[in-house]
Design a protein around this ligand. Structure first.
Ligand code: NAD
Length: 248
């Protein structure tokens, strides 16, 4: 495990699921972490929770300034906060399209703009966005969500191109279905939650859901100096779902 003990990270959506696992992984590697979330949890040694909304530019600027003042700078940004949307293109009205794109896509751009002034002062600056298999695979009943994560993938490439000259790397992870409170909430809305969970697990060639810790390990690799030659890439953490075609 590469040490991150001189580094400071900001994790959006760090109060739950994948973001909470990333925060725990970074703390285990010695990084200090600012958790920016609507519900960021409790403070602890090396961990600063800050209430912030990725839909609100002012709250992000204030949160970034607080983390930098507390820990002496910011080296790493994890753009992980996101919300789900279910349905075909006919299912969501214009307000819902605007709301989900505003959080999942514009939220990444907004948070990056708020944190970049601090990243520019770091010698190990890196950004990791949480995309999804939904960026590159057509998932049934997920039109708006797929569109939002496709945009996160494209934004990762554009940001990487714009920032490579300044030594700032930008990559994304593309998880399959991860066992988090998010998925538990979606399952609870179905008629047969345990049957649906088994179906989601079977969709991934490994035959199980991905764990939040497995995604966190991939995020830590892309965020740490050990991946110093990697930028503009998407790392699938999806149990083989995007790459493998197994005989039925
Ligand atoms: P989660 O619901 O467990 O956690 C999401 C966190 O984001 C919550 O703490 C929530 O409070 C926070 N959040 C939501 N809106 C916010 C806002 N406007 N501002 C600040 N914080 C906000 O979800 P998760 O499963 O951990 O998902 C995290 C990310 O991973 C999302 O971007 C999601 O699209 C992506 N993802 C999840 C899965 C999965 O199967 N769980 C798969 C692929 C990608």
């Amino acid at each position: 495990m590469a040490s991150m003990d001189t580094l400071v990270a900001v994790v959006t959506g760090g109060g739950s699921g994948i973001g909470a696992a990333v925060t725990a992984e970074f703390r285990a590697r010695g990084a200090r972490v600012g958790v920016l979330d609507l519900d960021p949890g409790k403070p602890a040694d090396g961990l600063l929770p800050v209430v912030a909304d990725v839909a609100d530019r002012g709250s992000l600027e204030r949160a970034a300034a607080r983390v930098a003042a507390e820990f002496g700078g910011i080296d790493i940004l994890i753009n992980n906060a996101g919300i789900s949307a279910v349905g075909t293109v006919e299912a969501n009205d214009d307000d819902e399209w605007q709301r989900v794109l505003d959080i999942n896509v514009v939220g990444v751009a907004r948070t990056t703009a708020a944190v970049l002034p601090y990243l520019r002062r770091s010698n190990h600056a890196a950004i990791v966005n949480t995309s999804s298999i939904a960026a590159t695979a057509g998932l049934v009943q997920r039109a708006l969500y797929c569109a939002s994560k496709g945009a996160v993938h494209a934004l990762t490439l554009a940001m990487a191109a714009d920032l490579v000259g300044e030594g700032i790397r930008v990559n994304c992870v593309a998880p399959g279905t991860v066992d988090t409170p998010w998925v538990a909430r979606l399952l609870a809305r179905t008629d047969d939650p345990s049957g649906e969970k088994a179906r989601l697990a079977a969709r991934q060639p490994t035959g199980r859901l991905v764990t939040a810790e497995e995604v966190a390990t991939a995020v830590a690799y892309l965020a740490a100096p050990e991946s110093s030659a990697t930028t503009g890439m998407s790392l699938a953490v999806d149990g083989g779902m995007s790459g493998l075609r197994l005989p039925r």
